[in-house]
Ligand binder design. Structure first.
Ligand SMILES: Nc1nc2c(ncn2[C@@H]2O[C@H](COP(=O)(O)OP(=O)(O)OP(=O)(O)O)[C@@H](O)[C@H]2O)c(=O)[nH]1
Ligand SMILES: [Zn+2]
Length: 337
């Protein structure tokens, strides 16, 4: 289903995540042979800051792209003045095929899904163990967004100096989601950043978490000031004193191993109207064969779903089906999500 134009680079064309990390190739021939490849670092009211080689360039989308939006993490091709000098504005003429999409439906009364981040291979879900209290349904909804978009989830449980992680870890045990637990002291001595960084090397990780969970503390610890110069430049270009929370922001991890941290604005809710259960079940390869006998377009969360009988026959761990069902059930929004 395509909504806009005929460009095969559309948002809603899905590609499975590429585990080897090599970028997928686009099959179409570029119209602008001389265009240079770059990556979108942040978006601010129609102005996109892009990294081209080692230069930060301000750009806008070319008219020919139509309604298709470029988002943080997108690979783009640019033409025009690519010097990065003050008061220059390049044009984005092509957006590369995406290896993953983190998307959300803004609100229940807003049916349009929005891609928040493109090409991330991991979603770090930052949750405080206390102050504010963890919101397991929100975590579940983030997990659904990750599985739906083709990102591997990572749980980052902060403030373990205030409360233990046991309850949450038990809840997510059957899902096998990797996790890191951090405390305040570990932020001071750098151990927390080191432990989280082990999961980030060579990957592009989008960080989500609602206000107050310690996401800023964590991102600042991960990307030291000198690595954030790129952003400083971005802000000089866009005229913003500091990063405001309207767009995600890509920050480079230290070389030589590389990797990117993509900070996203505090997520208060994660609309999931767009989620396709068949994409979520891809994240459960142990259960997927059991869906062969399901009715057409089964949500896998309905009485006729074949998974119940299949799991009862001993083909898979019932705790896994229980977790899948719990996640699928979060597609319906409740008060407080
Ligand atoms: N006790 C404790 N407090 C922490 C820890 N990490 C961060 N904090 C505190 O939690 C508060 C919120 O931290 P931030 O890093 O600003 O949280 P945030 O998620 O970025 O929140 P917003 O900026 O509102 O989006 C600050 O007062 C931090 O000092 C921790 O491990 N333990
Ligand atoms: Zn089913």
């Amino acid at each position: 289903m395509r909504r806009y134009g005929k460009n095969p680079d559309e948002d809603d064309i899905r590609v499975r995540p590429n585990r080897k990390g090599n970028r997928p190739r686009t099959s179409i021939r570029p119209k602008h042979e001389d265009a240079c490849e770059g990556m979108v670092l942040t978006v601010d009211r129609g102005r996109l800051t892009c990294l081209v080689e080692d230069r930060v360039i301000l750009a806008m989308k070319a008219r020919e792209l139509g309604r298709k939006a470029a988002v943080v993490g997108d690979r783009v091709w640019l033409v025009g003045d690519l010097s990065g000098a003050k008061d220059t504005l390049a044009r984005i003429v092509r957006i590369g095929e995406r290896s993953s999409v983190l998307r959300r439906t803004a609100d229940d009364d807003d049916p349009y899904e929005r891609v928040v981040v493109a090409n991330a291979d991991q979603l770090a879900i930052v949750t405080a163990l206390a102050d504010p209290e963890p919101r397991p349904r929100l975590i579940d909804r983030c997990l659904v967004a990750a599985y739906d978009g083709g990102l591997d989830p990572l749980l980052v449980l902060t403030k373990s100096d205030l409360a233990p992680p046991d309850g949450l870890l038990e809840r997510y045990g059957a899902l096998g989601v990797p996790y890191v637990v951090t405390t305040r002291d570990e932020f001071v001595d750098g151990v927390a950043a080191e432990r989280v960084r082990e999961h980030l090397t060579g990957r592009t990780t989008a960080f989500v978490g609602h206000s107050g969970v310690g996401k800023t503390t964590l991102v600042n610890a991960l990307v030291p000031v000198d690595r954030r110069r790129t952003t400083g430049h971005v802000n000089a270009v866009t005229g913003r004193g500091r990063h405001t929370t309207t767009s995600a922001l890509a920050l480079p991890l230290a070389d030589p191993q590389g990797g990117w941290v993509i900070d996203t604005p505090g997520v208060r809710s994660f609309g999931l109207n767009h989620v396709d259960p068949s994409r979520v079940i891809h994240a459960f390869p142990d259960l997927e064969p059991g869906t062969a006998e399901c009715p057409r377009a089964c949500s896998h969360d309905e009485p006729d779903c074949a998974l119940d009988a299949w799991v009862a026959d001993g083909h898979a761990d019932p705790a896994r089906l229980h977790s899948l069902r719990r996640l699928l059930a979060t597609r319906e929004r409740h008060e407080g999500d």
